[in-house]
Structures are given as structure tokens and as C-alpha cells.
Design a protein around this ligand. Sequence first.
Ligand code: SF4
Length: 476
Amino acid sequence: MTHIAGDDRSQILLLPESLDDYVGAENPVRFIEAFVDGLDLTAAGFARVMPKLTGRPGYAPSDLLKLYIYGYLNRVRSSRRLEAETHRNIEVIWLLRHLKPDFKTIADFRRDNRNAFRPIFRQFVLLCRQLDLFGRELLAVDGTRIKAVNNKDRNFTRAALATFIKLADAKLEDYLQRLDQSDVTESQTAGSRVKNLAEKITAIRARRTRCQTMLAELDRTGEDQISLTDPDSRAMAAHTHVAVGYNVQVAVDTKHKLIVEQQVTNQVVDMGLLTQTAEAAKEILGVETIDAVADKGYFKIEDIEACENAGITPYVPRPQRGPSVKAGLFRKDEFSHDADSDSYVCPAGQRLYPYSSSLLRGLKRTNYVNKLACDDCKIRSRCTKGKFRTVSRLENEAVLDRMAARLAQRPEVLDRRRETVEHPFGTIKQWMSPGGFLMRGLAKVRAEFSLTALAYNLRRGLNIVGFAELMAAVAA
Ligand code: SF4
């Protein structure tokens, strides 16, 4: 008995197989080729789609785009590794018809066409829409943080710089005093202590100057932090486990967990990003109205109102924050507003009426009070630490009441949000780990994520409807 043996490598084949025979009939590379060949790359914004009449011929953008889509689909993202694949990977050799661009050409293509990848992502979304892969009823909007090419030691916040300068001043004063004392005691011996202190003082002064320069730069730009390797990246919140990175926003359709809209920003928090993400998704889905669910990080009255005005019905749970929550007192949502009498009914059943008003972010804020009722209240210790409780209401707070009523009727929508976004985020983070983004700068990072989201949708599309249906849709 022997093992299965391969062919002799020096065997001359009488009828050599063609390269096409090595690539299966339903290999995804065949779809990548058909999809890219059907795109209008000039309209998408790619440069040099038409070859120049003079000079050395360059590579066609369509070939390099096919290479990138294949690479992102197979977790090969760096230009050097893509170059290597053009030499050894039979699928890439087939896709590029033996073309072997060097890594610099590959890298330059992604950098020079950074704004053109987003339209390509959107073209695939339109193809999925054509295949009826979107439910077009409910969008799950969420954000995740992805690491940038910037070590946390190369990021400085305004507060950290100010603290360092203060500490450096104290240290310098201490060292200078010790230097004076050492000068007296070691003047005859020219000891090493003086030399050590002088070196330390020089080092601290140099670092202090660098911090002062960065602080001046922050004052000039009005920013709160500075990143030295990738100036567009930002220090993210501690709980995100990404020290310095970007905030990636997605709107995912709940039917098949396909990404409808994606955008990368360097805004640290999600608050205020709901409307712009959901509205772009609604537009590409071609619907008049749509529901959108997001987590409490998106809770901002202006954004929720903007969603309603744009035909998006938002579902965002109210975060439990504020001094009353911290103190363990009755939360605001335990007071119900009565629009007819413009009063609040408190947990003791008493009514609080408008008492005073002020402005918050340009919105009128009315304070509701009932001092008399609070005076005699038996549960006051659970409601306030003062003599009476004040409940404030913004002029447009009816949008929050409507949203709370919707959420009370449909609480399961919050679980659907989590289940829906877990799939793309889990997959994409695995694809991008451990390094995160490879490029520097917001525009280039956006190009990278457009390719990543396209690869995710393409993989999903192939799993859901299969190769044949996708090919038929491209041919249609
Ligand atoms: S303290 Fe005032 S507002 Fe609070 S429960 Fe009692 S009556 Fe109502």
C-alpha cells in the first residue's frame, strides 16, 4: 500500500491545461471580475480609466480594483502581501491575467483613488437591493472603534500636556536647587552628581519645549488632542479597548445583516451621528420612511428630532444619567408629562407646574416644581436631597415622549439591534485584527473601510443567494 502520489514536476504535458481550468466555475473571483467590469469607474472617481496616448502604459484601474477586492475578501490587505499573491496565488493570477504590479503601484492606487472606493461599496449595495436582500423596514445603527496607526504614547491630550508641563516645572525647580547645593559641595572634586543633574535638566527642558509647542498647536487648531503618527486619529474612550483609533459607524439592515451605509469619523462619541448614518442608508434603500434602532450612546434630543423630520422613526433607549440617578433618587422617566395641562405627575401622584425657564444649547428649558406638595411629601427622601424636586423639560421634548411610548410597545427591537450589528462587527474585527487600519489619515482610512464593508457584503451575498444569482444580477 502506498500514499497518493503527485505528478512528476518535470513531466511534459502534451495538452497543457489552461489557467481557466484551475479556477472553478463558481469561484468568487469570477464574480469579482464580472462586477468590476460592469462598473463605471470614471463616474466612481478613479483616475486614469482611459489610457494616456503617450508615455509608458500603466495598469488599468479595473485590474488593481479587482486585486484589492479579492485581497480584502481574503484578509490580505497590505500592498506587499498583495504583490506576493500575484506571483503565487492561482486565483489572483487568473484574476489579473498574469499581471504582476509591484507593491508600490498597488499601494499608490489605493492612496491616489481613496475617494473612489465608497461609490464602489454603494454600487454593491444597489446590487443587493436589486436582489431584494434588504428588508427596508428596520436599520440597526451602531459604531465601533478600530485601531489607527498611532501608538498611544504618540497621542497627547490638552490635559496631559498641561499636567506634564506643571510636573516638569516642579522637577526643574527641584533639580536646579539640588544643582546649586551640589556645586558648593563638589566644586573641588568636579563630581559626577553635578553632571547627572545637568543632563537630566537638559532632557526635561527639551521635553517641556516639545509639549509647549504641541499645546500651542492645539490652541491654534482648537482641538483637544494631538496624534503625531496619524494626525487624524483620536484617543478613544477607555472602555472601547482601542487606545488611539477611529470611530466606524454602520447602518445594518436587519433582514440579512448586510451593511447599507458606513462611514468612518474621528469623533470619539456616537452622540449626534444617528441621523447622518440612517438618512444616507434610507436614501440608498429608496424608501420614504424607515425605523432605526441604536443604543443609548446616540441619545441626543436634537438628533432624534432630526431623524423624525427626515422620515426615520428612531428607537433609542434613554440613558440613566444625571445627578438624581447618581444619588439613587427617582429618575426623570418616573415622572410622566401631561401635555393637556402642561404638568408633570410625580411618583407621589402630585402635579409639578412650570416655574422658571432657561436656555440649553439654544433650546428653551422649563423647570417644573410644586414646593407645597414636596413640603408634605412622605417619600421626599427618595426624590430629592433638597426641600423640593425640580424636573426640567426642553421645548422639543415631546419627541422623546413619543420615542419612549414606541419603545414601551416594542421592547424587543433593542435585542434585534444587538443581534444585527454583532455579525458585521464581529466579522470585520476578526478580519482587521490585530493591527486595525493600515493607512494613515481619515480619507485613506475611509477608503480602507469601504473595501472592508464591500468585502463583508460580498461574502454575505455569496452565502445568502449564491454565486449564480449574483452573476445573473450583474449580467442583468
Ligand atoms: S418630593 Fe415632591 S416631586 Fe418628589 S415625590 Fe414628593 S411631592 Fe412628588
